[in-house]
Structure formats: C-alpha cells, structure tokens
Design a protein around this ligand. Sequence first.
Ligand code: CP
Length: 309
Amino acid sequence: MPWNRKHLLDLESLSKAEIVEILDTAASFKEVSGRSVKKVPALRGKVVVNLFFEDSTRTSNSFSLAAKRLSADVMSFSSKGSSVSKGETLIDTAKNIEAMGVDAFVIRHYAPGAPHLLARHTDCSVVNAGDGSHEHPTQGLLDIFTIREKLGKVEGKTVAILGDIRHSRVARSNAHGLRKLGARVILAGPPTLVPPAIGKALGVEVSHDIDAVVEQADALNCLRIQFERKAGRFFPGVREYAAIYGLDDERMKRAKPEAIIMHPGPINRGIELTPELADGKRSVILQQVSNGLAVRMAVLYLCLGARGN
Ligand code: CP
C-alpha cells in the first residue's frame, strides 16, 4: 500500500513496505543533489519548522537543507534563547508557531514521546528528529539506506550495533528497521551498556564479545558513548572501554574484507573507534551524512503529501 501517513514518529510502527517506499523515494532524490541547480518545486508554498530542544549539527542542518531543496520555507526554533526559559510548554510553543501558518514540525526533544504528544495537539505533520532514548527514525533510515547502497541489499546481512545501546535512540530505530527488512542484528558492548533485556525487547541478538561480533558483521555501526547522559558511569574508564570494546586496526583484521564501518556522529575519536578507522577505506560515515539529506527529503515529501499533488 502506498504511503498515507502524515507523521513519521518511529520505525517500530512502520511496515516493511513503508520503509522500502521511503528508501526508494530517497534514492530518486539523491540524484537532485548531483544537479547544478539542486532544487525541485515539490514543497513550494509549504513551511517546515525545525523545533529543537536538544543540540544537533547533522540532523538540524540536514532537515533544513532537505526542506530548502524541496522549495519549502524553513523556520528554525531552538529552545535556547526562546520563551521556554520563561516556562512556556512544548504544546504552547508549538501552537503559537502553528498560528503563524506552518505545515510541518521537525522535532528533537529530550523527552521520549514528545513527538507523539505534539502530533496529537497539532494539525501539522510531525517528524521525529530524536526523542530522548526512544527513537531517531530518520537516522535509522539513513543508516539502512547506506547499508543497502553499500552492500547491495539488507536482507540476510549481519549488522552489528556497537557501544552505548542503553541510551541510544539510534540503536532502537536501527533494530526495528533492520529486522523488518530481514537483517540479522547484533547489539554488542559492555553488559552494563548492552543489557540482555534490551535485545529481548527489540527481538535481536546481544553479545559482549566484540572480536566474535567483528568476525561475523557485514556492517559495524559504532555508537557514541553518551557522556551527557552519564554513560561514563557504566564502565571503569575510556582507556579500558577503547581496549575492550572499541574498534582499531588490530581488531579489524578479523573483519570480513568488505565489511563497512558506520557511525551516526558525533564521534568520540579514540573511544568508539580510532581516527584511522573513522577516516579509513572501510568508513562510510560521511556517506551516511550525504544520504541523510536524501532520506529527509523523502520523509518531508511523503509526510506532506507532495506525491499526491
Ligand atoms: N546523528 C545525529 O543525530 O547527529 P546530531 O546530534 O548532530 O544531529
């Protein structure tokens, strides 16, 4: 069935067909970025608002540029310097911005479920740009897009997600999306950051043996240790973490020849992986960022009903 949703709130509730439709739409938008005039009129007259209550480099800029490439007008709201400091609620903030005549909110919030709450209180489309430790659906989609592009397909591939799974919305979105597309998913890292219950809840495997996981993986997606969420309390020190759970050249000698290295960013260089690997031949980290633009164009295009027009 073709896409008929107004919002993108998570990957858990999407079907395989809906995920594939976003990926295929993104593939067609990738061509736009290669043109001399990098713009299409699909969302002309629409207004997209970036509503960010947490810091971001990649996601906020990528959504802004995606909306501009579709010819939408873009407003950027950051809670820093706004009337949130005077006690204004999320819903009041959104309703006041909506009253200016906008069509879509792209929201990043520290509270899990904030995009779902917003979707119940607005007539606009709502796109989740990361809600607490819950989901980051467009990051999951751009990761899956990159795996499909680099490995030719997702079904049957083994994708290892390494690191701070406990606090990671990226891990959750990846696990839901990859599983629906038929990949084998292994969550790996220290037991304190990768408790078996998370694997059970997501229906994927868990391992604490990084060397064994590196040998099996077609894609190794390294996740940032979220020090701002106190993840540093879950292991003795960064040197021990890097030695036992980080990726380096020595450990990568065990990997399949074609295995790719991914990271959603921002990277803690020398902790999750060495700078040499982050910038090396196996790394597709910057290609993930480029693909994110096409994926976000596809999501805005589909959620705002532009295809129907
Ligand atoms: N991957 C990601 O979400 O990065 P930002 O926090 O910079 O948006």
